[in-house]
Design a protein around this ligand. Structure first.
Ligand code: LLP
Length: 423
């Protein structure tokens, strides 16, 4: 459910604001998020879980400070995977007691910063990381609250690029070495092994993989307790999918919650969840403008001003984002290859977009672009990162502005002997 709708004249709005207004005042391309949608998703996700559950928004999905601040108001914490994301969560005012730190390659500097912040939990992904964390914690004179991320060897039944829970994925500690790793964690100074963590993948559209993983986790909590580990927190990761196209029917968050709560209820643990896409995906669109149309020998193209550097998912995963014409036109639609201006053949959003006589200046928007959209953008082809806009009711706010080329070039330095003007 989202708050992007058409008015009676068929023009697309984000809440009370026409896309045409944002195009005029901010320019294209730009990301547009709906605050009402983010709030709604946050509540629908959070409400069915018992009190005390930590809903840690996966910052990697959409990391803008304004969005994190909105989610903090909704009672969310953060799942971070770098020192930079930790800084964002703290700057947005998220409580350290609601922040977990995941990732396979945390550096000692990042571990130290998170220890100093006093976060809820380190999701440790290897024995090597456990030893590093122990050393840093001892030096800091504190105990690190640790959950070991165990790889449950469950097939998430999703795109191979975003599946993380199978035995040979790079993530987590192998299932059959869990007890041994917890034994080491107990022996190491500065480590408090009090949690268990797993995450099996992203864009998962059936409950079965979640169910299998949660059952495995619950069994492991019981086994660990038999071995006198005091496990008080269970982090079940993120991964709930969203509908990208008609026909995608992911389970509703209420069913997801019911399933996980039924499996874990009798353990008496504090649940932690790390949703990203399900909160942000349908809350954002990428607004773009047709630059020109062209016809090759047998094929017609529409070239828009957004490129694969702005929305990478189609080029990276073959993902399809539903396309919206901002002003509806009458007549028959016909198929066009919809491409960006980047010098790569993979810079194609969809091979067959059904459009109504497109022409230069027409506005289009890619749907379900709130998650893994702006955060994965790059400045390839020296195209500045596109602005982000948050619509809240009848108002809109530019929450990240478009950098100028001068600002971008200010980071680059030409050594004196290479300067053309002898300065
Ligand atoms: N927790 C951990 C440890 C993760 O690695 C991820 C996502 C999440 C939580 C959040 O998962 P979500 O609820 O958003 O599915 N760039 C890809 C998605 C990569 C997901 C990486 N990990 C895409 O555009 O589809």
């Amino acid at each position: 459910m989202h708050h992007f709708d058409r008015n009676d004249a068929g023009e697309l709005f984000a809440e009370g604001v026409p896309f045409t207004t944002i195009a005029r005042e901010v320019g294209t391309p730009c990301y547009i998020y709906s605050a009402a949608t983010l709030r709604r998703h946050a509540r629908v996700f959070r409400d069915p879980f018992p009190e005390g559950t930590v809903t840690a928004f996966s910052v990697k999905a959409l990391s803008n400070l304004a969005v994190l601040s909105l989610l903090r108001q909704e009672g969310f914490g953060a799942d971070v995977v770098s020192g930079g994301e930790l800084m964002r969560a703290l700057q947005a005012g998220m409580a350290p007691s609601q922040i977990v730190f995941s990732g396979v390659g945390k550096t000692t500097d990042e571990l130290r910063a998170a220890l100093q912040a006093g976060i809820l939990q380190f999701n440790v992904e290897s024995v090597a990381e456990l030893r590093m964390l122990s050393e840093v914690a001892v030096a800091e004179g504190v105990d690190a609250p640790v959950a070991l991320r165990i790889n449950p060897d469950v097939d998430a039944e999703t795109h191979p690029g975003i599946s993380t829970g199978k035995a040979d994925d790079k993530f987590g500690i192998p299932w059959d070495r869990a007890l041994e790793a917890y034994g080491l964690a107990r022996d190491l100074p500065g480590i408090d092994p009090s949690g268990l963590d797993l995450h099996i993948g992203s864009q998962i559209t059936s409950l079965a993989p979640f169910e299998r993983a949660a059952n495995r986790a619950a069994d492991l909590v019981r086994t660990l307790r038999e071995h006198n580990f005091n496990i008080t927190r269970l982090d079940l990761g993120g991964g709930l999918g969203v509908p990208y196209a008609a026909g995608d029917v992911p389970p509703p968050p209420s069913d997801y919650a019911k399933t996980l709560v039924a499996i874990t209820n009798d353990l008496g643990v504090q649940l932690i969840l790390e949703p990203g896409r399900v909160i942000a995906g349908n809350a954002g669109m990428l607004l773009t403008q047709v630059v020109l149309t062209k016809t090759q020998t047998n094929k017609s193209f529409v070239v828009v001003d957004a490129g694969m550097n702005d929305l990478m998912r189609p080029a990276l995963y073959g993902a399809r984002h539903h396309l919206h014409e901002i002003i509806q036109k009458d007549g028959e639609a016909s198929p066009f290859a919809l491409v960006g201006p980047i010098c790569e053949s993979t810079d194609q959003f969809t091979p067959e977009a059904e459009l109504h006589s497109p022409e230069a200046g027409d506005l289009l928007a890619f749907g379900t672009a709130g998650a893994y959209g702006a955060v994965q953008a790059s400045q390839y082809n020296s195209r500045p990162l596109v602005p982000e806009v948050l619509v809240d009711g009848d108002a809109f706010h530019v929450i990240r502005s478009r950098p100028t080329m001068d600002e971008i070039l200010a980071h680059e330095k030409i050594p004196p002997h290479l300067r053309h003007d002898g300065t």
